[in-house]
Design a protein. Structure first.
Length: 612
């Protein structure tokens, strides 16, 4: 950030930031709440463990009484079962072992249940007394009774043990009651803390955020009412204090700007008007230069518009001809004595790569063009140069296309007429010799051959003229192909099958591409008429994924290698290859002696709509 900017705002110190306050308050509240929750959870766990301890302590009395019952049941003279020493030992050992396990579990605790004896010295001491009484007195008395000693000793100790166990239970219950009171108090404190914390949080949010925002909003509302003298008190060191300082700086800047706003608006309006004028001039000139006029008309229209736009009294253009400085084109507009004007301004006519000439504006009075006007005139010179160059290139392209078409026409004439004329010349020489010898029989043989040769040459010339006059009509390539096939049928009587599918599926061919494909079709049919001796011709047009035209016949075919050795024999194929190249397609000819000829023209997908 640029500290030199009048609206640059320093960040507040870390300890004064709102984020610091909010985070610190949240952490403190969270720690307090978590502490209270942990305290209540600990109390709940202690209460649950104490409850399990009470249950197990109560079971100590029950098992002590069960031991007494077993001893009484098996005591001497107790009945039919008296004296069964083995059974008494088994029952007694099981009860004593179970009692030992319960005592150990109460002393050590069990986290899985949970079971925990309260951490109170009095309770622990009482537990020790219960354990000692059982281990040191009741267990020896029970075992002695099972061995035949009097049961009275155990029975006398039993009430003492039960009383000690009851005392332990009461002490645990008293401790649990105290912890329950603490738990309820803690829960009440949590409710009170939640209420107080909510009120405190609302108050702090109002004090830290809502009140400064409302004060800032009030300043903005007054600023919207164009009270640019409003200022906010800077009484805080946090982000809102920074915003207040920034607001005051913005107010100072707006107040300063508003004082000269009208002058700035007028200046910007003038700039926009100037830019609109430049854009209007460029648009008007571009629209004119895109019209289909020749170079002289373009230059005259350019000068007329420049004179009107810049208030000149005259203007002239000097263009270098296509051959360089040896040929120049000069065009003037306005008054003819432009050379005697006291003020003038010259600008280049150029493209990105070359300078084509210059144009000059003339003024009767001293006239100075501004920087924007000079830039506009330079831009107009570039537009004029591009327009002139485009028209020259278009003319060269048309001339090149005409030369290529004439070359193809010459090749076609040579291919179709030269052989016929050579044949007629040879027959005339034979006729001349036969006339010298007065050999009427030979003369009668030669004259029909001459008539046939003349007829074939006439047909070739008519066919070439029809082909060169071919134009695509409303139906496009398919309609023109149907007309060419119909004309071929009338001339030869050969059966022709024309099939088409998917012509509307793929990308359409340009008009030039369709015309080149039609010329290739006509040339192929001409070759069939003159050389193939075919009885049937099959033509298939398709344009699904790519354009494809296949022309095949069942004629005599030929040997491609032997044809390549005869220079006069491959002009038709060369013409078709040249036309295929011009449309961006590939032409494949497949043939063999006695197997007819197959010609396939393929235009790859994406080659459609490409300039010819």
């Amino acid at each position: 950030m640029d500290s030199t900017n009048p609206l640059y705002l320093d960040s507040p110190a870390l300890r004064y930031r709102l984020s610091t306050r909010i985070i610190a308050t949240s952490v403190a509240v969270l720690a307090l709440v978590l502490g209270m929750i942990g305290w209540t959870l600990w109390l709940s766990w202690q209460l649950e463990g104490a409850g399990a301890a009470i249950n197990d302590t109560g079971s100590l009395r029950m098992r002590a009484n069960q031991v007494a019952i077993v001893l009484l049941r098996h005591a001497p003279g107790a009945g039919p079962q008296g004296g069964a020493g083995g059974g008494v030992a088994l029952d007694l050992d099981g009860l004593l072992s179970a009692q030992e396990r319960i005592l150990g579990r109460i002393r050590q605790g069990d986290a899985d249940r949970p079971l925990a004896l309260p951490h109170d010295r009095r309770i622990r001491a009482q537990m020790d007394r219960v354990t000692a009484l059982w281990d040191e007195k009741l267990v020896p008395a029970a075992r002695a009774a099972s061995a035949g000693a009097p049961v009275r000793i155990y029975l006398d100790l039993l009430p003492v043990f039960v009383a000690q166990a009851d005392g332990l239970v009461r002490m645990i219950e008293d401790d649990s009651a105290r912890k329950t009171s603490r738990l309820r108090f803690s829960q009440g404190m949590l409710v009170v803390m939640a209420c107080i914390g909510t009120l405190a949080l609302v108050y702090l949010l109002y004090l830290w955020i809502i009140y400064p925002v409302r004060r800032l909003q009030g300043g903005l509302q007054r600023m919207a009412l164009r009270e640019f003298g409003v200022r906010l008190p800077v009484d805080r060191r946090d982000e809102f204090g920074v915003l207040a300082r920034g607001f005051n700086r913005m107010a100072d800047e707006l107040q300063e700007l508003y004082t000269d706003l009208e002058a700035r608006v007028a200046e910007k309006t003038a700039q926009l008007a100037s830019q609109n004028e430049v854009l209007s001039a460029l648009y008007d000139m571009a629209a004119f230069l895109n019209r289909p006029n020749d170079i002289e008309a373009v230059c005259r229209g350019f000068l007329d518009r420049v004179i009107r736009r810049f208030g000149a009294d005259g203007a002239a253009i000097s263009l270098r001809g296509p051959l360089g400085d040896r040929a120049r084109i000069s065009i003037t507009a306005g008054r003819r004595d432009a050379a005697r004007y006291p003020a003038s301004a010259a600008f280049r006519i150029h493209t990105q790569e070359d300078v084509l000439g210059e144009f000059t504006l003339y003024f009767l009075e001293p006239h100075a063009l501004g920087a924007e006007q000079n830039h506009l005139l330079e831009t107009l010179g570039l537009h004029l140069g591009v327009a002139v160059e485009n028209r020259r290139l278009s003319g060269q392209a048309r001339q090149l296309a005409m030369e290529q078409e004439r070359n193809l026409m010459a090749q076609g004439l040579h291919d179709s007429i030269a052989q016929g004329l050579n044949f007629l010349n040879l027959q005339l020489q034979l006729l001349d010799r036969a006339a010298d010898r007065a050999d009427l029989d030979e003369i009668r043989e030669i004259v029909p051959l001459l008539r046939t040769g003349v007829d074939e040459s006439y047909q070739d010339v008519r066919e070439l003229l029809n082909n060169f006059r071919t134009q695509l009509g409303e139906g496009g390539l398919l309609h023109a192909a149907e007309e060419a096939v119909a004309r071929f049928r009338r001339q030869t009587g050969v059966e022709v099958s024309l099939r088409s599918d998917g012509l509307m599926g793929g990308a359409p061919l340009t008009r030039e591409q369709q015309l080149e494909a039609l010329f290739i079709l006509q040339e192929a049919l001409s070759n069939v008429r003159k050389h193939a001796e075919a009885g049937k011709v099959d033509i298939h047009l398709s344009n699904r994924t790519h354009f494809r035209m296949e022309i095949s016949d069942d004629g005599i075919g030929y040997d491609p290698e032997s044809l390549a050795d005869r220079p006069e024999g491959h002009f038709g194929r060369r013409i078709m290859q040249e036309r295929a190249r011009r449309m961006g397609a590939t032409l494949t000819v497949t043939t063999a002696p006695g197997q007819g000829v197959s010609i396939v023209l393929e235009l790859p997908a994406g080659g459609q709509r490409r300039p010819a």
